[in-house]
Ligand binder design. Structure first.
Ligand SMILES: [Zn+2]
Length: 249
């Protein structure tokens, strides 16, 4: 059994990196620039040199440019033992033989690592990764996408598909760390998906994502936690490169 101390870095948008013992995980890396700052985790940027002593697992939930940057494929040269889990919608030209392509509702298992996928309500997959008993969920674009200007039946269909998918995740509780969409463009509906998820699923620690560097979403989450106490589990992100140390006992 590994140690319970887990480090989480906020990289940008839906991009996060985690270190659990000797394993390093990267989700939905897209922003590879950091003006005037050193290229390092502390700036929200991956330099393969910095993580080359870890077992590295790299995930991309779908091909949208705010979730997938082909630069991640260049790291393979410096990280020959890294493993890639990419959504099956990633364009053909990026599908190298060492990549595990995953469709929704698939399972990959290899020793201490189990990767399960769920179906996004937009494109691609959400990931549930189990590593030595620690469960990590990354939503990708699986969210309750409610837009006021959309017709009622479309919003209704979206709500039903989102809730159905969350019900499929329920058997895998508790989840230790969950990365959940909180998109300010959805206005009054920005926290619906996150709130529903946290009220249905037992999560130990959650992080907001997909907020386009609009950090005011953290204040909204805090405010809403008065009526929805489960939102108190959501960490407050204030900068790119921010490091959180979690004790997952
Ligand atoms: Zn997205």
């Amino acid at each position: 059994m590994m140690g319970c101390k887990t480090e989480v870095w906020y990289l940008a948008h839906s991009g996060f990196a985690l270190r659990l013992d000797d394993t390093f995980l990267i989700f939905d890396y897209y922003l590879d620039t950091c003006d005037h700052l050193e290229r390092a985790l502390a700036s929200g940027v991956i330099d393969p040199e910095e993580i080359k002593d870890s077992k590295v697992l790299i995930f991309s939930s779908h091909k949208h440019p705010d979730h997938f940057n082909p630069i991640i494929l260049d790291w393979k040269e410096k990280l020959p033992h890294s493993k890639y889990f990419l959504s099956s919608d990633i364009p053909k030209k990026y599908r190298y033989p060492w990549i595990h392509l995953m469709k929704p509702h698939e399972v990959y298992e290899d020793g201490a690592v189990k990767v399960q996928t769920f179906k996004s309500t937009d494109e691609g997959v959400a990931f549930l990764v189990t590593l030595d008993g620690i469960r990590i969920y990354h939503a990708g674009d699986l969210n309750w996408w409610h837009w006021d200007e959309e017709p009622k039946d479309r919003n209704g269909d979206m709500a039903a598909r989102f809730k159905q998918e969350v019900s499929l995740i329920q058997p895998y509780q508790p989840i230790d760390i969950a990365f959940l969409t909180a998109d300010p463009r959805q206005e009054q509906a920005a926290l619906w998906g996150m709130t529903f998820f946290l009220e249905q699923i037992n999560v130990k620690a959650a992080f907001p994502m997909h907020f386009w560097e609009d950090y005011s979403i953290n204040g909204l989450i805090h405010k809403a936690s008065a009526d929805h106490p489960q939102l108190k589990k959501v960490k407050n992100i204030s900068a790119r490169g921010q490091l959180f140390t979690l004790d997952l006992k």
